[in-house]
Design a protein around this ligand. Structure first.
Ligand code: NAG
Ligand code: NAG
Ligand code: NAG
Ligand code: NAG
Ligand code: NAG
Ligand code: NAG
Ligand code: NAG
Ligand code: NAG
Ligand code: NAG
Ligand code: NAG
Ligand code: NAG
Ligand code: NAG
Length: 673
């Protein structure tokens, strides 16, 4: 197991200290140590200063987070500072360098800022430094291992360190764990790093590191975890992974690697997780699953692999996450994929897969399949209607943008665990079946851009998870994006499941009838889009009960009447569009409505920002056209948006608006044709 060894190391480390580590008041603090600690807390700011009180408790060994050891010949000395999560602010002072016996320094998850004092690394006994999750800046090329040769753990993650990876690591011969991830380091990796033969975990992800990945990586034969993702490493990978016999986890996603996966890597028996998503690797996929017995997660999405979908992958029988999306793979899904019994997450979206019926017949044998993403494939095929298809554990299904014909198939109703269903951007027709409302866990439904007809099924107003908010879709272990397509040059993609908001999107169809008042039940719904249909009737007042609603788009329909005034209560609403309907009357007076642009309201019979009503014939009483003309003498008919802008500007200039308390609200304007 990936981290077991590593955790074991810490347990051993902790146990090995135990016999001597005492935190009792009976110890007396060494005066040098006391001076150093005092210096330290004079630089930081937090409650710790109150807890470390020389007057109340002169023995620093009793202070919280201070660990002493009495076994030293020089008496009781401070050997550890465990001050993670103490809301420390301020700087790390060089006075810490006076704690000559310090072995463990843990200041992680605070708000410390400034640079790391180089003096710290004059401490000869230092073994563990964890300063991750702070706001530290500056270079870390500060002579780390010249004196502190015994350092085993360096965790500098998630700060603002810049400059290069230190070149003087060569002298840290005991280095076991090195984490410089989530900083702003640049340059290439120094040779000295590749001399760290005891290194078992190396985290360099999320920096701006570049250069070729050196052959030297093959010297790190104790590596268990290597993460260099989100950097700018480029070139072909060296074929040196044969010597990394313990490597379990290798992430290099989002770099610029080219060429083929090296033979030694695709024959690694120890690898459990291999993530090369988002690089420029090419060639056929050449994994040797006879050798890669332990592979559990494979990410090769967003590369330039071509050729048929590799059938040999089905021999990687422990695979549960498989991402091959966004490559140039073609042909049918190999029948042998039936054997991937452990598969839970599978994406092949954005390839050139054909025969959806065969693909689904095969994949239904993968009984643990929970997330299936096949969007952007199968051009112009028929949606399989075979009622015997069965996906009992499926929680997420995306078949978007496949130009599929047919209708929503009955077999889907058997996927009772479904939480996410995306059938958008197809050519599906017929009515939306009412059983769609019976999925207890469905929280994301996108049927947009099809040719669905008839009424919106009333059952959608009963979707349980949108009423009670019980959403449990688990996040895949590695990034597992859901692609939809391009729109205006922009790639539509959801990076993370957790970023998906509860959504009902039925836009761009031919739905008719009215909007059910029962939608007001869906209190957990965030995005509700019915744009570009043929819906008519009034907007139900009840919709204002959808208290989580952030986006409501009802534009391009035939809705009539007034916007319910209760919409003023939709306090999370940040995008609203009612344009191109047959609406009339006053726009609700609420802060959020003041922020919506005029384009949200154009193309109606007559909507105004204030002081108007609609009569039963749906005409706006109170003719603003005349009023405007009268007051400002402006020619009308320039176009709704332009006239609005002009009107507001003129209102300001004439001082007419300024005489009223709220400028925006009283800028009486007709927004219509
Ligand atoms: C330290 O303790 C003394 C005696 O208990 C108290 O008077 C003093 O205010 C404390 N100092 C701080 C900084 O809390
Ligand atoms: C530092 O302390 C935090 C909080 O107790 C802990 O999670 C972390 O593992 C510690 N770091 C090291 C290197 O032991
Ligand atoms: C390693 O330590 C030796 C002395 O202990 C020193 O001479 C040498 O410069 C150090 N190397 C680096 C790269 O810091
Ligand atoms: C690995 O660390 C041990 C001590 O933990 C040390 O004795 C040994 O020399 C180190 N090996 C290398 C190759 O640096
Ligand atoms: C990151 O480092 C570069 C120089 O290597 C610097 O120009 C840039 O401002 C830094 N960015 C941040 C966010 O600190
Ligand atoms: C893919 O990698 C490039 C750098 O190679 C990066 O800029 C981009 O953000 C990455 N895309 C994703 C979706 O992570
Ligand atoms: C695949 O792995 C098996 C088992 O390690 C080995 O016998 C075989 O030669 C490998 N095949 C190739 C093409 O490397
Ligand atoms: C994808 O593969 C086809 C042949 O199957 C080839 O003609 C095309 O150039 C490839 N596209 C890319 C981007 O590699
Ligand atoms: C399928 O999932 C169940 C429940 O999580 C698990 O016990 C079982 O081992 C999985 N099957 C395979 C073949 O991995
Ligand atoms: C509808 O889907 C087609 C692809 O089938 C796509 O090109 C188009 O941009 C989509 N339109 C909208 C409005 O999303
Ligand atoms: C939420 O759903 C899970 C199963 O997905 C179920 O076990 C749990 O009882 C539900 N909780 C509520 C509050 O409905
Ligand atoms: C829209 O609905 C009306 C009835 O409300 C119907 O007469 C008309 O044909 C529909 N238009 C389209 C394009 O479906």
């Amino acid at each position: 197991m990936g981290f077991r060894g590593f955790c074991l190391f810490f347990v051993v480390l902790a146990l090995s200290f135990e016999p001597w580590l005492l935190k009792s008041g009976s110890l007396t603090c060494n005066s040098n140590d006391l001076r150093a600690l005092t210096g330290f807390y004079n630089c930081v700011d937090s409650e710790i200063a109150g807890k470390w009180n020389k007057t109340a408790s002169p023995d620093c060994c009793s202070w919280s987070g201070v660990i002493c050891d009495s076994s030293d010949v020089s008496g009781t000395r401070v050997v550890g500072l465990e001050l993670a999560n103490q809301r420390l602010t301020g700087k790390i002072c060089e006075s810490l360098a006076e704690l000559h016996h310090l072995r463990v320094l843990n200041l992680s998850s605070n708000y410390l800022s400034g640079a790391l004092p180089a003096e710290l690394f004059q401490l000869q006994k230092l073994e563990v430094i964890d300063i991750s999750n702070n706001h530290l800046i500056g270079s870390i090329n500060i002579g780390m291992c010249r004196t502190s040769k015994g350092i085993r753990v360096l965790k500098f993650s998630n700060n603002h360190f810049s400059g290069e990876v230190p070149k003087d690591l060569a002298n840290c011969t005991s280095l076991h764990h090195l984490s410089f991830d989530k900083n702003n380091l640049s340059g290439s990796l120094p040779e000295s790093l590749f001399q760290q033969q005891n290194l078992s975990e190396l985290n360099l992800q999320d920096n701006s590191l570049s250069g070729l990945l050196n052959n030297g990586i093959g010297n790190l034969f104790n590596l268990v975890k290597l993460d260099i993702s989100y950097n700018m490493f480029y070139g072909d990978l060296p074929d040196v992974f044969g010597s990394l016999t313990r490597l379990e986890h290798f992430s290099a996603n989002s770099n610029l690697f080219t060429g083929r996966l090296p033979t030694s890597l695709v024959n690694s028996p120890s690898l459990q997780m291999l993530n090369f998503n988002n690089n420029s690797l090419r060639g056929p996929m050449n994994l040797n699953c006879s050798a890669m017995k332990n592979l559990v997660s494979l990410g090769l999405g967003s590369n330039l692999f071509h050729g048929p979908i590799p059938g040999s992958l089905s021999l990687c029988q422990r695979l549960n996450h498989l991402n091959l999306a966004r490559n140039n793979l073609s042909g049918e899904l190999p029948n042998s994929y039936k054997n991937l019994k452990a598969l839970t997450h599978f994406s092949l979206s954005n390839n050139k897969l054909s025969n959806i019926f065969s693909a689904l017949c095969i994949l239904q044998h993968c009984r643990n399949l929970s997330m299936l993403v096949l969007s952007m494939n199968f051009l112009d095929e028929e949606m399989p209607a075979d009622v015997n298809l069965q996906f009992k554990n499926l929680k997420g299904l995306s078949l978007a943008n496949c130009k599929l014909r047919g209708s929503i198939p009955r077999w889907l109703s058997g996927c009772s665990m479904l939480e996410l269903l995306d059938l958008s951007w197809n050519h599906l027709g017929g009515t939306i079946p009412s059983w769609i409302g019976e999925f207890d866990s469905l929280f994301y439904l996108d049927l947009s851009n099809n040719s669905f007809k008839g009424e919106i099924p009333k059952s959608l107003t009963l979707l349980q998870s949108l009423i009670s908010g019980n959403i449990s879709l688990e996040e895949p272990v590695s990034s597992f994006p859901l692609y939809k397509g391009r729109q205006g040059g922009r790639r539509l993609m959801y990076k993370q499941i957790s970023a998906l908001q509860p959504t009902l999107d039925l836009s761009y169809n031919m739905l008719q009838g009215s909007i059910w008042p029962g939608f007001g039940n869906l209190r957990r719904l965030h995005v509700f889009t019915l744009k570009d249909n043929n819906l008519s009737g009034p907007i139900p007042d009840n919709l204002s009960r959808m208290s989580s609603l952030e986006v409501l788009d009802l534009s391009h329909n035939k809705l009539s009447g007034e916007i319910p005034h209760s919409f003023a209560n939709l306090s999370f609403l940040s995008a609203f569009n009612i344009s191109y309907n047959q609406m009339c009357g006053e726009i609700p007076q609420a802060v959020q409505f003041d922020t919506f642009p005029d384009t949200s309201f154009v193309g109606n019979i007559g909507l105004c920002r204030a002081e108007c009503t609609c009569d039963s014939e749906q005409t706006l009483t109170h003719s603003f056209r005349e009023k405007n003309m009268k007051i400002f003498g402006l020619p009308f008919g320039i176009g709704a948006a332009a006239s609005f802008v002009l009107t507001v500007t003129c209102c300001f200039m004439s001082g007419w608006v300024l005489s009223k308390p709220n400028k925006r609200k009283n800028a009486v304007t007709r927004i219509g044709h």
